[in-house]
Ligand binder design. Sequence first.
Ligand SMILES: C[S@@+](CC[C@H](N)C(=O)[O-])C[C@H]1O[C@@H](n2cnc3c(N)ncnc32)[C@H](O)[C@@H]1O
Length: 430
Amino acid sequence: MSEANSELSTSSADVAEMAEWCQRVPNCTTFRANTLCYSVEECISQLGEQFTKKFSYGFEKLPDIYAHDLIPECVVIGKISDDMLDLSLKKEEVIVDAGCGAAVLRGSNVYAPGVMGMLPSTKVNSQVSLFADLTASCLKGYKRVFDSDGKLFLGNGVAIRSRRELFNDASPKLGVAVELRHPVSGLIMPDLHSSLGVLQNFPSMVCVRVLDPKPGEIVLDMCAAPGNKTTHIGTLMNDEGLVIGIDRKSKVHLVAANCAVVNLKKCVRIFAADSTKIVADVKRQIEAGPPFAVDTFDKILLDAPCSGTGLRPMLSNRITSEARTRSFSHLQKLFVDNAVRLLKPGGTLVYSTCSVLCEENECLVAWTLDKYPEVKLVSATPVIGGAGLPGCGLNEEQRMLVQRFGMNETRSNSAVQSIGFFIAKFVKNV
Ligand SMILES: C[S@@+](CC[C@H](N)C(=O)[O-])C[C@H]1O[C@@H](n2cnc3c(N)ncnc32)[C@H](O)[C@@H]1O
């Protein structure tokens, strides 16, 4: 990074605004249809049937379910209307940790590991009010009414597990503990165990559309697990060509499992490796896995490990951890270095993060352009998010080429308000 760029960082006013934005919940649920097995229309109709069954306990009207006009495989599921929600407080309460609370606000049931407290009077099938403990002060197994300023109401549900099953038995604490019925956010999630498609944040789908993989191409997904973007890439390629997915040894099985679920049988090869060290000095067979020779790939997705500060709702404060961010931008530069070398002349590199901090986004792009004259920044089309932040190393023209989801979505033309995300697209000179 040049001297000037190295001093750039997200200002404390921006950080405060971002922290406030990150506490808000997205305004819909997004689901990527598995178009290898279903048409988007079939997918929408099956989701409608699923929700009709799920809502047999009393909702009169399903939320809107429709395909996004610019990303056709993206199925948008609207909110349950407020007038159908029963948000009256119940006698029984269940306390969950902040991570579980964030998932509940996005429409998830409560899974057993997230439960911190439950009253002894709660029975299976009891109606319960759900609260998140934002202070991390509720001890596991708490059995009284939790009295705290950091107690956030999440909605109402029905207990599926008893207190004894959750805290006393020696059996493993897995599975659904409380079925969510009336979330304050109005958001619901479809059944997750299905080949119909995957729950995926909207900008993640845009990111793969920006990469624009085509059947027959040779594509590298440098940070692939759990494989949501790998399966999207393979699907857009109609399972023809070669997609190399790389991640850590402990995670590559997730990518393989997700490929199997969506019925990708031919084009994806998965390898465990460190993507900061995958460039070989000599020519090698691509199928043999890393390291790879320079100038090998038509397209590379670098969905980099990052601070995750765009993920929302964020109920615990991760955004001020400067040390973490610094270590991520160091790692991100090592990935970029490998990516630029592995890209064929004329090839495309897409860099993305789910961070809202400019150190991991605009500054990283400015550093890349400064360090590698052989790549140029091009428009990250389809452009749906806002422009890059000013004052972070990119000039006016360059700011318009990248896209940023989250606060400052100045040119956003999508009604979907999702997580914070950043996408930049580079092409290597021929
Ligand atoms: C943002 S996540 C990727 C999400 C994935 N692209 C998806 O859409 O499902 C970043 C990933 O980078 C992986 N990672 C971190 N360091 C790595 C390294 N040195 N080499 C390869 N992968 C790494 C992490 O294990 C994590 O799965």
